[in-house]
Design a protein. Structure first.
Lengths: 134, 369
């Protein structure tokens, strides 16, 4: 049913962002477009609250991990943080978030570029065919 | 629960076919629905499926069991329960083939495809019918949950489904693009289904193929979370392997078949792209990069990457579990999800390798629930 690794990767972030955008999207459709086919408010609110809770969970997990990795008892035992070059756990966490967001943006942008390139290609092919038939 | 006559709208019911009511019970309306149950050696499970169909709050006009040349008495078992049993001249070789064979026996406005190991909540058909009030709707699917939850694979699947159907699928429904109308239980508008030629056998994930074909033809597909169904999921690795091979290869095959027209479908193109990325690059990183980093840095901390998103997964799972009165079961099953996820990742990397890189597609439909 669920392809790949649900929860991990950019898919989780994509659906999180899509759920968080939903209330604003509904509001825009209702107020600006005067579209009455919007979803039930509780459905959208539930999705957004769920997404906020999940986001909170991720932030809490990152914070907890940072706390563990910088705990004096751990450092006293001689364990090293996972980063090379003495990078702090906060730096690693920020880098991981940036990498994930950057990857998601790149994948989504790549799809749009591919779509536009194919459209352009088919438009050119049509024009060439029309020219040849004349 | 709604009173049976509130839904579906009268136009969806066969006029004048209200079943005689039992004393003290409201009359149960017959709906313009036929049900196709493809079955190959399902004698152990088909009776429960038929009984759950017969106990619906709206009674289907016909239940057609396609006995795909079983040799375990599936046909006789179904016939004894009073349903129509049809048998193709030879085994069709796939669920899609059996379902399309069964479609020729359908004469109603709607048709439901349900696996022979799946049971339904008593109001599942009634709930799905409401999605067809919109004339654009060609298919509607419901919430899927494993019927038995005991082995590690069943527990992993239980969490996976709770997560996906409580969050991912609801977001997809919000944007009007459920990624897939699950093959184990979906209702279709018969006319739209026939226009597609039934269920295609060109990929191993005929449900995904059909869903994406509907979108390309301008139809809508809906997810109705209130319509619950309970399939039997693989309880051992042998069955799980067959199922995951089919799903992973089926996904890659569908991307290959549909990628160009998919680019013109908003939201779906993005959802498929991130799913493909996660199924390939993220799965690869998940399986190789994290252990390599642990070796490179000489400590096990990078392996925490396997669990870093545990809170994000746990929240929708526990919310749904508590709502269903199964909070403990959901909590106890969480660790199994991380095992199943790792296995999923391995199967997807393998499928991409075989289908795309070495061009050795999986062509044989292997049953695995």
């Amino acid at each position: 049913m669920t392809a790949g690794v649900p929860g991990a990767g950019i898919g989780g972030l994509f659906y999180l962002a899509a759920a968080l955008v939903a209330p604003a999207w509904d509001g825009w459709r209702t107020l600006v477009r005067r579209d009455r086919r919007v979803h039930r408010p509780w459905f959208v609110a539930r999705l957004a609250v769920l997404a906020l809770l999940m986001l909170g969970g991720i932030v809490a997990a990152g914070w907890l991990l940072g706390l563990v990795l910088t705990s004096p008892s751990l450092l006293a035992q001689g364990a090293r943080a996972p980063a090379a070059g003495g990078a702090s756990p906060q730096f690693i966490a920020r880098a991981a978030v940036l990498l994930t967001v950057g990857t998601l943006v790149a994948v989504l942008a790549g799809v749009e570029v591919l779509r536009l390139a194919l459209r352009l290609q088919s438009r050119r092919a049509r024009a060439r065919r029309a020219q040849e038939s004349r | 629960m709604r009173r049976p006559m509130d839904f579906p709208p009268q136009s969806r019911l066969t006029p004048g076919t209200t079943e005689a009511a039992a004393p003290g019970r409201s009359p149960v309306p017959h709906a313009a629905i036929s049900v196709i149950v493809p079955a190959f050696n399902e004698a152990a499970t088909v009776a429960a499926t038929i009984r759950s169909l017969q106990a619906q709050t709206v009674i289907p006009a016909a239940i057609v069991v396609v006995d795909d040349c079983s040799d375990d008495g599936t046909g006789g078992m179904a016939r004894a329960l009073g349903v129509t049993v049809v048998r193709p001249p030879a085994n069709t070789g796939s669920k899609a083939g059996a379902q399309t064979f069964g479609l020729s026996f359908v004469a109603t406005e709607f048709v439901v495809a349900i696996d022979a190991d799946t049971t339904l909540a008593p109001d599942a058909l009634e709930r799905l019918l409401t999605a067809f009030e919109a004339p654009r709707t060609a298919a509607a699917c419901g919430f899927v949950l494993p019927r038995h939850v005991s082995s590690v694979w069943e527990r992993g699947r239980y969490v996976e489904y709770l997560f996906a159907f409580t969050f991912y699928k609801q977001v997809q429904e919000y944007y009007g693009r459920p990624l897939i109308a699950s093959g184990c239980f979906t209702m279709y508008r018969t006319e739209a289904l026939r226009a597609c030629g039934g269920w295609s056998t060109r990929t191993l994930a005929e449900d995904m193929d059909l869903t994406w074909t509907f979108y390309q033809q301008g139809h809508g597909v809906r997810f109705v979370p209130e319509a619950a169904c309970y399939p039997i999921e693989p309880h051992d690795f042998r069955l799980l392997r067959a199922q995951l091979r089919r799903w992973s290869h089926g996904f890659v095959q569908n991307v290959r078949v549909h990628w160009r027209p998919l680019l013109e479908i908003p939201f779906l193109r993005s959802a498929v792209a991130v799913t493909l990325w996660d199924a390939t690059v993220a799965s690869f990183a998940f399986l190789l990069l994290l252990p390599l980093l642990a070796i490179w840095f000489g400590n096990p901390w990078p392996l925490l990457g396997y669990l870093i998103d545990a809170p994000a997964v746990a929240i929708p799972v526990l919310v749904a579990g508590v709502q269903r009165g199964e909070g403990r079961k959901a909590l106890a099953s969480l660790p199994a999800f991380f095992v199943l996820r790792t296995v999923n990742a391995a199967f997807f990397v393998r499928a991409v390798w075989l289908e795309v890189v070495v061009q050795r597609p999986l062509l044989v439909y292997e049953k695995g629930h």
